[in-house]
Every structure is written in structure tokens, then in C-alpha cells.
Ligand binder design. Structure first.
Ligand code: G1P
Ligand code: ZN
Length: 543
């Protein structure tokens, strides 16, 4: 055996974004590229000597090859043990759970989440810490600093590990354990939810459709929904993970999960539909004829979580990312529990969860989760919904309608402008930022501006402060617009515009969403001089 220390070539400093490092697959495949990032990660955590790491990914192109490289590097850096999912597969929430259950030092997840996979598509890597959650900014900042100064990495020249066989093997002195990716996660779900009640609901004729989008949740959903809960065979579709996700975007929203949406809006719709993303942390919830926005889903789950065994004592608090609608704030207020607004990215929930300040968290981007792991969790959200439906014995549409009648409705939509030239996107944002102090007190498109700022977050647990987390404009009556640049895009800049309008409990909850948001949308277009900066006002994707 030889362990080589290889001098790395020039490596441009790489800044991890909202969720680890995401790049085109071919960028990751350049000689030494993945290696330099992994070594920088190891260096940033004071090395991995003697440590145990969980390693797995969503099965996209380059997943298995990257895992082989990581195992050889972990071994050469002196790691004691690696726990790897069979076939290299592990969903993001399953990694988080394994880190926690087995008390490992951390883990590496290979995924570009909901971005397409393939040699000409996207790849990504993120590091999770010992609490099971994404590395906080203090660590990602160190990782970035390491990438700027790295000159060498350590890698063993041992042969590849057989990822397709369960059991134990070695790379140099490091023990590699290949495990069933589903078992421990499924056991956790069984602890949290009333599987008997959900099974009884299904046995009584309740039907469901789950689109795994050819991504990692397939095996988890098959085992749990069909295997344990008795959903009809075939209820889980696109259940076999593929390297390019069947050529699609494994992004669970009405645009990319269109086939499921169409079915749910048709007369052949099952009672309940859901989908999850590439690495299994996002979810889409849809009832027969009724799409539930992620912001509303968080609010409904917060209002009803006590119906599931794990949350029967009630919630400590609820946290949402800043651009997520304020629907969950209204629930928290009524329940008299803590309510937090954090920057975009799951890593900001970690401290609040660890400190027991919140039990549920959510993001408008289809991420919902709780203190059971330190990642958002797609299938968990589906099971909590099913548990609530099994208790309330009402349709999704009725639950949503009653929710709005009690709390009011936060009409909401996100508009994404993709592949915008970076300079143009930056100019739009800095132009708006310069204007912010003058906006309050002005009127635009019939809306009175009452507040405008650049969001800064001060972590209530460790006191760390994160600046420049998005620009917000508040209007009279609860309407709001937020603008920020994506931290996960891989081409040019992605400008995200988040629109919200509040309608009181006794107001009209049946407007088409676009109509309800038209004034806020026009106001944003005008205030930012969107057409002047980026040459268009129509987004690529509306969710
Ligand atoms: C996007 C979402 C954000 C989520 C992240 C990782 O980040 O908006 O909520 O945490 O993906 O899944 P963005 O591209 O907006 O920076
Ligand atoms: Zn994801």
C-alpha cells in the first residue's frame, strides 16, 4: 500500500453556497478538483484522523466515482471508519440520522439536490457536522479559506471498494461499512408517527401517489409507504434512482412534477399526492384538486403536529427562512410558541434546534423538517401529513380551507430569473439596496411602502451575525416583496423574487394567486427597474 501526497495544481478558491459546493459535473471531474475540495474540507475540521464519517449521495452521475475518491482520501488522512450506503446511496435526511444515531464525527453528502444530473449537468458536495446538520458559516468560511491556500492532498492508491455488497471491508487501515440505506431511517419514522393509524386509513380506501422523480427517495418511499403502510403497489412512481433522474429535474414543484400535478387535478386523482427531490430533503404536498404551497404546508403542520405521537406535547417553536411566507408566524402567535426568521439555508436552523428553541422548521423552497434530524426531510413531511389526515379524517382541501378561515391566507409565489448575467443581477440588487432608505412612506402601484431593509440575522444562540441575506420591502396590509440572489445556481446569477399578500380570516381566500399578487409584482418591477437592468420582467419559473 502506498499513500501518496499529491501536489495539487492551481485551484481557484471555492466558496460553498447555501448548501455546500455545487458546480457543473465536468468541473468536479477535472483532475484534482474534487480532491482539493475534500482535502480543504478535512483541513477545515482539523483533519479526520481517528474520525468516523458517513458518506453517501443521491445516485447522480459521478456519485459512485466521487465516493471512491473520498474513501481513499479519508483513509489516507487517517480516518478510522466510513459508513456508506449500499450502492453509494443515502438520502440527505438519512445521512443526518446516521450521523446522529451512530454518533459519528460528521458526514459527506454527494448531491446537487434538485438540480439535474449527468455529465453535462450538476454535481455537488456538502459537509455535515456531528449534530447531523450542514456545516455552519464558521466552518464553511474556513473551508473557503483552505481552498485558497491548498497546495496538496493525500490519497491512497488502494483499489476501489465494492459499494454493491453489504458488510465490512477496509481501505488501508480504515474500516468501511456498507449498510442498508433505508433501515435506520425507516425505524426512526416508525417511532415518530402512528403507523397503525396511517395503515388503517389506507386500508379503509385512502389512496396516494408519490413521485420519487427517479431520485434517492424511491427506495425509502417504496419500503415505507408500500411496504410498511400498505399503499397499493405502484403508488410510488419513478422509484428507481437513475444517474440523470430520467432526464428531468428532480425538483418537487408544480413545474417539474407536472405529471403528478396534472393527475392530482384530474378526476383520476388519488386522495393525496407528494413528491421529493434528488437527495430526498424537499417535498411537495398536493391534495386532490389542491396544491399546498410549502409555506402553507409548514403552517398547517405547525397547527396540527400535536396529532402525531412525536409532537403530542406540542412544539417549542417554529422557524422559517426569511423569504418563506409569514403563514407559520400566525400559527406560532396563536399557539403562544417561539417564532424565528432565519436566512435562507437549512444550516441556520441547526442552533435553534440544538438549543430546543424550535421543533419545526421550513423554507418556501419545499423544505420542511423537525428536530428528529438536522436536515429538511421530504418523506418525513409526507408522513406527518398522512398522520394528520388519519386523525382528522378530512380532505387536504378542507384542512387548508379551515386553516385559512382560522389564520387568514398568505398568498405567495416565488419568481425565479435564471442565468441572468452576473453583472446585471448585481447592479439590480445594489441599485435597490441604495434606494431602500428612501422607500418607506412612498407609494407604488397603489401599495404604501412601510418598511425596507437588507436582512441581517443575529443568531440567538451563538450571537453570530450574517449580513446581506436578502432585500425586503414591506407594504401596508401585510404584503411583502423579497429579492435575493441564489447561492446554489451554477450558471450566471439566479435572481429570486418572493411575493406575498395577506388576506384576513374573513377575507377572500379563493382568488387566483397571480391576481392576488399582481400589485406587489408590479411594484417590484417598477421599484427595481427590472426591465432596465435585466431586460425582462417575466421569470423562467414561478413556484
Ligand atoms: C435554495 C433554496 C433554499 C435551500 C437551498 C438548498 O437556495 O432557496 O431555501 O435551502 O436551495 O436546498 P438558493 O438557490 O435560493 O440560495
Ligand atoms: Zn435537496
Amino acid at each position: 500500500m502506498t499513500i501518496s501526497t499529491i501536489k495539487s495544481g492551481p485551484f481557484e478558491g471555492q466558496k460553498p453556497g447555501t448548501s455546500g459546493l455545487r458546480k457543473k459535473t465536468r468541473v468536479f471531474m477535472q483532475p484534482g478538483y474534487l480532491e482539493c475540495f475534500v482535502q480543504s474540507t478535512f483541513n477545515a475540521i482539523d483533519g479526520v484522523a481517528g474520525k468516523t464519517l458517513v458518506v453517501g449521495g443521491d445516485g447522480r452521475f459521478f456519485n459512485a466515482q466521487a465516493i471512491q475518491t473520498i474513501l481513499k482520501m479519508a483513509a489516507a488522512n487517517g480516518a478510522a471508519r466510513a459508513i456508506v450506503g449500499l450502492g453509494g446511496l443515502l438520502s440527505t435526511p438519512a445521512v443526518s440520522n446516521l450521523i446522529r444515531q451512530r454518533k459519528t464525527d460528521g458526514g459527506l453528502v454527494l448531491s446537487a439536490s434538485h438540480n439535474p444530473g449527468g455529465i453535462d449537468e450538476d454535481f455537488g458536495i456538502k459537509y455535515n457536522i456531528a449534530n447531523g446538520g450542514p456545516a455552519p458559516e464558521s466552518i464553511t468560511a474556513r473551508m473557503f479559506a483552505e481552498t485558497e491556500t491548498i497546495t496538496e492532498y493525500r490519497i491512497s492508491d488502494a483499489g476501489d471498494v465494492d459499494l454493491g455488497t453489504l458488510g465490512k471491508t477496509q481501505v488501508e487501515a480504515m474500516l468501511v461499512e456498507i449498510i442498508d440505506p433505508v433501515a435506520e431511517y425507516a425505524a426512526l419514522m416508525q417511532q415518530l408517527f402512528d403507523f397503525d393509524k396511517i395503515s388503517a386509513l389506507i386500508a379503509g380506501g385512502f389512496t396516494l401517489g408519490f413521485d420519487a422523480m427517479h431520485a434517492v427517495t424511491g427506495p425509502y418511499a417504496k419500503a415505507i409507504l408500500e411496504g410498511q403502510l400498505g399503499a397499493a403497489p405502484g403508488s410510488v412512481i419513478n422509484a428507481v434512482p437513475s444517474e440523470n433522474f430520467g432526464g428531468g429535474h428532480p425538483d418537487p414543484n408544480p413545474v417539474w412534477a407536472k405529471a403528478l400535478m396534472d393527475e392530482m387535478m384530474s378526476d383520476k386523482a388519488p386522495d393525496f399526492g407528494a413528491a421529493s427531490d434528488g437527495d430526498g430533503d424537499r417535498n411537495m404536498i398536493v391534495g386532490r384538486g389542491t396544491y399546498v404551497t410549502p409555506s402553507d404546508s409548514l403552517a398547517v403542520l405547525a397547527a396540527n403536529a400535536h396529532l402525531a405521537p412525536a409532537y403530542k406535547e406540542g412544539l417549542a417553536g417554529v422557524a422559517r427562512s426569511m423569504p418563506t411566507s409569514a403563514a407559520s408566524d400566525r400559527v406560532a402567535e396563536k399557539l403562544g410558541i417561539g417564532c424565528f426568521e432565519t436566512p435562507t439555508g437549512w444550516k441556520f436552523f441547526g442552533n435553534l434546534l440544538d438549543a430546543g428553541k424550535v421543533t419545526l422548521c421550513g423554507e418556501e423552497s419545499a423544505g420542511t423538517g423537525s428536530d428528529h434530524v438536522r436536515e429538511k426531510d421530504g418523506l418525513w413531511a409526507v408522513l406527518l401529513w398522512l398522520n394528520i389526515l388519519a386523525e382528522r379524517k378530512q380532505s387536504v382541501a378542507d384542512i387548508l380551507r379551515e386553516h385559512w378561515q382560522e389564520f387568514g391566507r398568505n398568498y405567495y409565489s416565488r419568481h425565479d430569473f435564471e442565468a441572468v448575467p452576473t453583472d446585471a443581477a448585481n447592479a439590480l440588487m445594489s441599485g435597490l439596496e441604495a434606494k431602500l432608505p428612501d422607500l418607506p412612506g412612498t407609494t407604488c402601484c397603489g401599495l404604501n411602502v412601510v418598511s425596507a431593509d437588507s436582512f441581517s440575522y443575529s443568531d440567538p444562540v451563538d450571537g453570530s451575525v450574517s449580513h446581506n441575506q436578502g432585500l425586503r420591502i414591506g407594504f401596508e396590509g401585510g404584503a411583502r416583496a423579497v429579492l435575493r440572489l441564489s447561492g446554489t445556481g451554477t450558471e450566471g446569477a439566479t435572481l429570486r423574487v418572493y411575493l406575498e399578500q395577506y388576506e384576513a380570516p374573513d377575507g377572500n381566500h379563493d382568488l387566483p394567486v397571480e391576481d392576488a399578487l399582481e400589485k406587489v409584482r408590479s411594484a417590484v418591477v417598477e421599484i427595481t427597474d427590472m426591465a432596465g437592468h435585466i431586460g425582462r420582467t417575466d421569470p423562467d419559473v414561478k413556484t
